[in-house]
Design a protein around this ligand. Structure first.
Ligand code: GLU
Length: 298
């Protein structure tokens, strides 16, 4: 039987904090209990925010925690060709369209519609307003001309077309530490016409994560609850790209004393700072609810 495959997939755009440590330790713990493999993936498609120094710090912090992972580590920035191939498949299926809108175009259109209807514009699970469909239905020759002229553009999923092409229901399996399993119905439409290829990067988080999980044979995804809703889109993309859907466990988030989610942007205390204050790896394990023990090499 093939071994279960787990992965921890941080982005090197800041120092790791306790929330990352929890996710990494939980993945390693599951891999140990399930006698599976533990991979590390560096999600560095956002080349403007990711830094080699942060990547080096990830290896250093995880090794300090006592974790080991398989080599080579997959770095997303080295695999844009894989994401492009997946994008071409989506394009071939006619489920994406180019979008030339600026943020301003979108905000202004939504403000107009809100004024016309007197109602708040619907939002996606991340609280961003749904795309109002400005470029959907643009004549193919016009889109082609604008692309040929080098006009910056993103590519969006055409959710209305998908309603017919891949109506679902889309489902995924869940698992937890107590051995419980479940089946969840995904609702990708709540994301509206989500971006699958960004203007400034030839892919997106959603597309790369789905491609990589499949290419790396990931069978069990363990990540924070803040990404739970994104799984709906991932399951849809897996169906469109004929990729297997892993099982998912979305864990609770480590909160700061104010009850807020830890975040690099909120300057939450980093593992590096904890280390500088004299914390031991064992203390971090215990603080996060794990029994300190060496994770065997797989
Ligand atoms: N790179 C993402 C993050 O750092 C995690 C992606 C995932 O686990 O699917 O939040």
């Amino acid at each position: 039987m093939t071994k279960p495959v787990f992965r921890f997939a941080p982005s090197p755009n800041g120092r790791l904090h306790l929330g990352h440590a929890y996710s990494a330790l939980l993945n390693a713990d599951f891999a140990r209990r399930f006698r599976g493999r533990f991979l590390l993936r560096i999600e560095d498609i956002d080349i403007t925010r990711c830094r080699p120094a942060f990547e080096a710090a990830i290896y250093d912090d995880l090794a300090w925690l006592g974790l080991t992972w398989e080599a080579p580590v997959r770095r997303q920035s080295e695999h844009f060709a894989d994401y492009h191939a997946a994008f071409l498949r989506l394009k071939g299926r006619g489920v994406v369209y180019p979008c030339f809108c600026t943020r301003k175009d979108i905000t202004e259109t939504i403000a107009c519609r809100e004024a016309e209807t007197g109602r708040d514009w619907p939002r996606d699970p991340d609280c961003a307003p749904l795309y109002p469909g400005i470029c959907r239905g643009m004549p193919v020759d016009e889109a082609g001309r604008r692309i040929a002229a080098g006009e910056p553009h993103a590519w969006r999923l055409d959710m209305a077309a998908l309603e017919k092409l891949a109506p679902g229901p889309h489902r995924f399996r869940t698992f937890d530490r107590e051995g419980r399993e479940g089946i969840v119905t995904a609702h990708p439409r709540r994301w509206g016409d989500a971006v699958v290829v960004r203007k400034e990067t030839p892919t997106s988080y959603h597309l790369s994560v789905v491609v990589d999980d499949a290419l790396q044979g990931v069978t069990h995804v363990v990540r924070g609850q803040d990404l739970e809703a994104a799984t709906d889109l991932h399951v849809l993309l897996q169906a469109l790209l004929d990729l297997p859907t892993p099982r998912y466990h979305h864990h609770g988030l480590v909160l700061d004393p104010m009850g807020d989610k830890l975040a690099k942007s909120r300057r939450s205390q980093s593992l590096a700072e904890l280390r500088a204050e004299g914390a031991t790896p064992q203390a971090v394990w215990r603080r996060l609810g794990f029994d300190p023990q060496p994770t065997p090499r797989t």
